[in-house]
Every structure is written in structure tokens, then in C-alpha cells.
Design a protein around this ligand. Sequence first.
Ligand SMILES: NC(=O)C1=CN([C@@H]2O[C@H](COP(=O)(O)OP(=O)(O)OC[C@H]3O[C@@H](n4cnc5c(N)ncnc54)[C@H](O)[C@@H]3O)[C@@H](O)[C@H]2O)C=CC1
Ligand SMILES: O=C(O)[C@@H]1CCC=N1
Length: 264
Amino acid sequence: MGDPLKIGIIGGGGWLGGAIAASILDAGLVQPRDLSLSYRREQPHRFAGSFWTTDSQRLADRSDVIIVSVRPADWQPLAVNAGGKLVISVMAGIRLRELAKHHNTDRVVRSLPNAAAEVGKSYTPWIGSEGVNDQDRAIVRATFDACGAQDEVASENDIDYLTGLSGSGPAFPALLADAMMRDAVSRGITPDVARRAVTAVLVGSGRLFEKSGECPAYTVEAFVGYRGTTAAAIEAMRDAGFDAAVRDGLAAAFQKSVDMGNSS
Ligand SMILES: NC(=O)C1=CN([C@@H]2O[C@H](COP(=O)(O)OP(=O)(O)OC[C@H]3O[C@@H](n4cnc5c(N)ncnc54)[C@H](O)[C@@H]3O)[C@@H](O)[C@H]2O)C=CC1
Ligand SMILES: O=C(O)[C@@H]1CCC=N1
């Protein structure tokens, strides 16, 4: 890649922008002095040695790669001319064509990390426009490998679907954890014990999946095969509509991403 890479993150003061900044600094993909971050109101007290600004055009002018990490509703008023540079969007819904037009560049990437970027465990699907070259692809891979794992996917339709599945994904175990905790507390378990138990279940099962690499269906069937407490729980949850609730939730997220693209 030759000269040190200069990266700018528009919305670097936010949740995801800050997580990406921390990950790429930790990975040594960018040096603090070569990282620029823009914010809207109050400058966050992090990333000492990097360049903070409220002027996102100035950020773009001093960067080779511009990551756009503002909320979709804040993107239309964001007037930043990338002048042909590589622009990587992490925004839900916004399509490649609109990104290219809006930022005056044919080198655009649409990506969708998730909140686990904060702990280096995001999964990030992405797709590039025709103008994206091999060196750009290497930068995108390095950026999102630093945040966890990444895949280049075949279509923007895949991104719309994965926006719900993996982009929104960390919210779903949180939903399950919340439901489990509330049930436990309603049955007299102390909130402290309930929280420790539920957290251990989530972290432990995630690690088990990562280690074994086995298909979730196999794990479920193995538990069902015991014909014990787990089978009783799984069957009751399925009878109450668990699979349909997941399917409907993912369909709603997919449709929302498509609708956001249509209205951007
Ligand atoms: N948080 C998440 O789990 C995920 C978020 N995303 C996408 O990432 C983007 C950012 O989301 P979050 O970080 O969660 O939101 P956030 O609200 O925490 O961060 C956005 C930041 O952009 C700043 N901002 C807005 N307009 C600006 C401007 N003109 N110049 C400079 N800064 C500006 C805001 O002040 C805020 O700090 C969204 O488009 C969202 O769709 C994608 C995947 C996961
Ligand atoms: O909820 C959202 O719209 C964003 C995109 C995926 C996760 N957060």
C-alpha cells in the first residue's frame, strides 16, 4: 500500500464510528496521526493524537479513505465531495448508486458491520461498486478484519437481508437475554444472579459454536434427543411460535432496509 494510509471517519464520535476507529488503530492499519474523525457538537475525549474536526469536507480532503458512519437521516444534508476517493459506507439502506452520486466518486463500498465491532467481533458483509479496484478491496478487507470477520457478497439484495440478520443481529440475543432475565426475576431469582446466569449462557454458547463450528440444527437436535428439560423447553418455545417470530422479525428488517434505500 506504499505511503501510510490516511483514513477519515465521518461520525467518528458515534457508536459504530468510534468502534471502527478503535479497531483499526488497535490493528495498526492506521497510525493515530493519520486518522481523522468528525463530530457534530461535542468533541469526544478519545483517540488522542488523531485529528478531530466538525468539518467533514476537511476530513475528506486529508484522507485517502473516507468511512461514512452517520445515521441515514443525517446523510442527505451531509455535503462531502470525495473527489474520486474510496468511500466506505456503514449506513443501513443507502445504496451504492446514491453513495457514488452524493459523494462524487465511482469508488464506493456499501458495508454493514454490527455493534460487536466494539469488541472486535463484528461480522461485516460488503459490496463494492464497479470502480472499486483490488487495492481498495484489500483496504476494505483489512478494515473489517480488524473489526471481526468480513465477506464480500454478490448483491445489494444480500446486504439488505444481512442488515437484519447480522447488522441488527446483536440485538436478538439481547432480546432473548432480556426475556430470560425477566422470567427468572418473576420467579424469585435475584436480578444479580439472573444476570450472571444469562450472561454466562450467551457467552458460553457463543464460544461453543465458535469452537465446534457445527451446524446449530445439529446442536438443537442433540438436546432434543435427550428427551429431558431442554427438549421440553424447545418444544414449548416452538409451539409458541419461536421459528415464526424469528422469520417475521428478519423479514421486517429486510423490508425496512429496502424501504430506506427507496427513500434515500
Ligand atoms: N450501531 C450499530 O449497531 C450499527 C450501526 N450501523 C450504521 O452506522 C451508522 C451510525 O450508527 P451509530 O454509530 O449507531 O449512530 P450514532 O448516532 O451513535 O453515531 C452517528 C454519529 O454521527 C454524528 N453526525 C451526524 N451528522 C454528522 C455530521 N454532519 N458530521 C459529523 N458527525 C455527524 C452524530 O453526532 C453521531 O455522533 C448508521 O448509519 C447505522 O445505520 C450499521 C450497523 C450496526
Ligand atoms: O438498526 C439499524 O438501523 C442499524 C443498522 C443495523 C444495526 N443498526
